[in-house]
Design a protein. Structure first.
Length: 334
């Protein structure tokens, strides 16, 4: 029995309820019917948005919504009503926001629990849950301010990029797309314990992110052992690729990578990139030998004109979607 008089089986739910009230702006006391009545938003539309954000569907009689949920739906509906957000795009917007922020929230929740575990080794489940609740309550205002700062900084950088784009290139633009992945990752993952795998992925993420952003690129996303990045200038893409395939990586304790890059028109949509150029870069990555970077014909032509690089033509290959794929190995000119 803990100090509150609750048994160990109730400590977790109590802590979860306390954290939930802190995060959600009050108790979860409204059903979806009541939320619809309070906001004037049709129940089916509200449910569709709720699920697009990544949350499980709620029954008509389940009291799972708080005052914070009601206010958020009112704000969302006002954005659509004002024309700031198109009604036909709202589900897609909700899905992108939900997918992006759910990963952040999952990581943060695990970090809080790991910290609570470290502070409550001798107090059992009740102490662990209470510690997590205390940490969440204390850290929420700090994390919220930091997240707002980082978001505003990224938004300012994105606005700069958009303002520099030629008219008509907001959703489709000419850029270089690149992939980099860890050589032999499947084998390494199969034979490594969880701590070693976490260390490898942490090193990979720090290394690739540093290479991309220090050379004026943008990380689009990371998926396991692979990073997708874009640049506006071919020379920046070349600098990223050569750093990620440098011969001295092993001596620095960095994993061996292979890189594939292609240039051309790309569709930018909801923070991701699409089009044949993206597929081509992925195919080139699969063809690249360990510690090398392959580029397509268009990027090779741009870099050849630059004069700072050597481009060695490779034998055409047949891969999925391409029967005669031409590629060039990128190397610095000595």
């Amino acid at each position: 029995m803990d100090s509150s008089g609750a048994g160990p089986g109730t400590a977790g739910p109590q802590a979860a309820e306390r954290i939930g009230e802190t995060l959600l702006g009050g108790q979860r006391r409204y059903t979806r019917v009541q939320v619809s009545e309070a906001t004037g938003v049709d129940r089916d539309r509200a449910q569709q948005l709720w699920m697009a954000l990544g949350f499980a569907a709620a029954g008509d009689d389940e009291a799972v919504f708080s005052d914070g949920d009601v206010e958020a739906l009112r704000t969302w509906d006002a954005l659509v009503a004002s024309g700031t957000m198109a009604r036909e795009d709202e589900v897609a917007h909700a899905r992108v926001m939900g997918q992006t922020l759910s990963r952040l929230a999952e990581w943060q929740a695990r970090e809080v629990m790991a910290r609570a575990d470290g502070q409550a080794r001798d107090t059992g489940a009740a102490g662990r849950s209470a510690g997590a609740a205390d940490l969440a309550t204390a850290l929420l205002p700090v994390i919220e301010r930091l997240q707002s700062y980082v978001w505003r900084r990224h938004l300012a950088a994105a606005v700069d990029r958009v303002l520099l784009a030629p008219p008509g290139e907001l959703s489709a633009a000419t850029m270089t797309v690149g992939f980099a992945d860890i050589v032999g990752y499947t084998r390494v993952a199969r034979h490594s314990d969880i701590d070693d795998l976490a260390a490898l992925l942490g090193t990979f993420e720090e290394d690739t992110s540093g290479a991309v952003v220090s050379n004026h690129g943008q990380v689009v996303k990371m998926v396991g052992d692979e990073v997708l990045f874009v640049t506006g200038q071919p020379a920046d893409a070349a600098a990223i690729a050569l750093r990620l395939t440098s011969p001295d990586r092993h001596s620095k304790g960095l994993p061996a990578l292979r890189v594939g890059m292609a240039a051309g028109r790309v569709l930018a949509r909801f923070g991701d990139v699409y089009g044949p150029v993206v597929n081509l870069a992925a195919r080139l990555t699969a063809l690249a030998r360990p510690g090398t970077a392959l580029v397509d014909a268009e990027l090779a032509a741009a870099l050849r004109a630059d004069g700072r690089y050597r481009l060695q033509h490779r034998r055409p290959a047949a891969v999925s979607g391409y029967h005669h794929l031409r590629s060039w190995a990128l190397r610095p000119r000595r």
